[in-house]
Design a protein around this ligand. Structure first.
Ligand SMILES: *Cc1c(COP(=O)(O)O)cnc(C)c1O
Length: 453
């Protein structure tokens, strides 16, 4: 066994050592060769070393270098080395982190990490929390708690009696809410389409002045960090108006919540602590391995009521926090270990530096592109930059060229009707030099398609 695991570690280290020098996107040959994996289910066993060898030779070259310093697509962090190490150790422990009495070490690490996170974000210390797969499931979990609360207030047992025949709930979202919020609403039976959409401004912020009159059971979804612009909804105004009418306010802060951890950005999240629930990702800006999302709920019992189960064969009785009382899953990996390791290794200062540094890199991109005459479409308040290189066709061509060039990787989007390239700086590994090298590559590609004025 030792030889096998050492081989895996050696291969992983070789991969990571090479990730900086290789093109960010996998080349066409490597992608083509993935077809060789398409074989019939083998009848006979394969030597485990050979299995690793196949993974490494066939698949390593066909990976996207998301672990490297110049991947700027979507909102994607790398894994801090300490979190990768913690992930390896936790994988060796192989703890099914559902019940405290069965897996005390990993349950305890979650409990500690949860209280640190609440402090870091300035959220109520009595809040309950769930360590889930990502912000999609964090939104689902928090909204399940919200659904429980608004139905309990009108005397309906939503977990027991379900949505069929239940009185309606009004759901209000900003017009720029993330698609995962609609997915979560659909899964909860609240409907992807039967929502009230509040118009937004040019940055994608909900117009608090256009919030409809709220009455009856209501859930309002706001956003910390628009996936395109990085903008924040006006939490103070929305929370005040929603709470006056007894509504539940949920914040989707998949990456934006982390602004609370950086003193110079904390103004962006002002008032969000007044909400009732929050969702965020650790695998984006905290730079821990996938899958790692977090849901926080002020009324811990609402989350517990939506999620907890009991069974004769499960030792759920404890005076400690049972992880599975707060999550959709029962069996699951100990993802809190990496969150704990990141927070312990970075400390408050380290998290603030990570957030602050990546935001400064984003600003450097925006300045370099604007200086070269390209239009920045958003106020660069966080780690997101939207740039246009001309009309839609030109911008799409430039994006394709940049992806082919391989120095860095950026994706496209359409922002309020305009085709744009997104630059999201979320990795701990990105340096000022990476920004300069990437900026040069982007400008080189863009110059080829420049339309003369
Ligand atoms: C990324 C993102 C999500 C979804 O997160 P996953 O971790 O991919 O499930 C939700 N909301 C916002 C604002 C995001 O940026």
């Amino acid at each position: 066994m030792n030889r096998l695991l050492e081989s895996a570690a050696e291969r992983a280290l070789r991969y990571l050592e090479g990730v900086d020098a290789r093109p960010v996107a996998p080349d066409a040959d490597a992608t083509e060769r993935l077809g060789e994996l398409d074989e019939p289910l083998p009848q006979a066993p394969t030597d485990p070393e050979e299995v690793l060898e196949l993974l490494d030779t066939r698949c390593s070259p066909a990976t996207m270098a998301m672990a490297g310093p110049r991947f700027f697509g979507f909102v994607i962090g790398g894994s801090l080395p300490v979190t990768l190490g913690a992930n390896w150790l936790a994988a060796a422990w192989d703890q099914n982190t559902a019940l405290h009495r069965v897996t005390p070490a990993t349950a305890q690490l979650e409990a500690v990490a949860l209280s640190w996170l609440l402090e870091l974000f300035g959220l109520p210390s009595e809040s309950g929390g769930a360590f889930v797969t990502g912000a999609t499931v964090a939104n689902l979990s928090a909204l399940a708690a919200g659904r429980h609360a608004v139905y309990t207030r009108i005397g309906w047992d939503i977990e027991g009696d379900g949505m069929v025949g239940a009185p309606p709930v009004t759901v209000i979202v900003g017009a720029e809410a993330h698609p995962s919020v609609f997915k979560a609403l659909g899964l909860l039976g609240l409907g992807r389409n039967r929502v009230v959409r509040v118009p937004v401004d040019g940055q994608g912020r909900m117009r608090a002045d256009l919030l409809p009159e709220v009455s009856g059971p209501t859930i309002v979804c706001v956003q910390a960090g628009n996936v395109n612009t990085g903008a924040f909804d006006p939490f103070e105004d929305v929370c005040a108006r929603a709470h006056e009418a007894g509504a539940w306010v949920h914040v989707d802060g998949a990456f934006g919540l982390w602004a609370a951890a950086a003193p110079e950005r904390a103004g962006l999240v002002r008032g969000m602590e007044a909400a009732d629930s929050w969702a965020t990702d650790a695998h984006k800006w905290l730079n821990v391995p996938y899958d790692s999302g977090l849901a926080f709920v002020r009324d811990r019992d609402a989350l517990r009521s939506a999620m907890a189960l009991t069974a004769e064969y499960l030792p759920t009785e404890t005076d400690q926090r049972n992880p599975a009382d707060y999550t959709p899953e029962l069996s699951r990996r100990a993802r809190g270990v990496e969150v704990w390791a990141a927070l312990k290794a970075l400390g408050r200062d380290g998290v603030a530096d990570l957030v602050g540094r990546t935001c400064r890199h984003a600003r450097a991109f925006a300045e370099g592109l604007a200086d070269a005459g390209y239009e920045i479409l958003n106020d660069v308040v966080l780690n997101q930059v939207l740039v246009s290189f001309g009309d839609a066709t030109v911008t799409e061509k430039v994006i394709a060229d940049i992806q082919r060039d391989g120095t860095c990787w950026c994706g496209g989007t359409v922002w309020q009707g305009r085709t744009a390239m997104r630059i999201s700086v979320s990795s701990w590994a990105t340096t000022e030099e990476d920004v300069q090298v990437s900026l040069e590559a982007i400008l080189r590609c863009a110059a080829r398609h420049r339309t003369p004025r």
